[in-house]
Design a protein around this ligand. Structure first.
Ligand SMILES: [Zn+2]
Length: 110
């Protein structure tokens, strides 16, 4: 079956005019600046500075993989944890992390 009356999004040719209209002016400016700096090689990532490094509370080292793994908001610290990651994660699963609580998805109808 073919629906001739339905205008498919793919049928509309991509136009730079409609694209720029949909994007806010500030975003346009940002994209333009970023493209320029990417071209010239001066693009800097804002969040990769030393001051933004998150330290692990357990080992006081930089909290990043592979020695630090996150599981549903909990951080596994390889440096100070006695369990393996799998054991640690299993323990969290027993506490209810990573599981949907039964009944939450289907509230009683009446
Ligand atoms: Zn740590």
């Amino acid at each position: 079956m073919v629906f001739f009356n339905l205008p498919l999004p793919s049928a509309i040719p991509p136009s730079t005019v409609t694209q720029t209209q949909a994007v806010p002016y500030i975003t346009q400016q940002y994209r333009q600046r970023r493209q320029e700096s990417e071209r010239t090689g001066t693009f800097k990532r804002k969040y990769e500075r030393k001051t933004d490094v998150i330290l692990c509370k357990k080992c006081l080292r930089e909290r990043k993989p592979p020695s630090h793994l996150q599981y549903f908001g909990n951080w596994y610290c390889e440096e100070s944890e006695t369990q393996t990651y799998v054991e640690w994660r299993t323990g969290l699963e027993k506490l209810g992390f990573g599981k949907k609580k039964p009944g939450n998805d289907n509230p009683p109808a009446s």
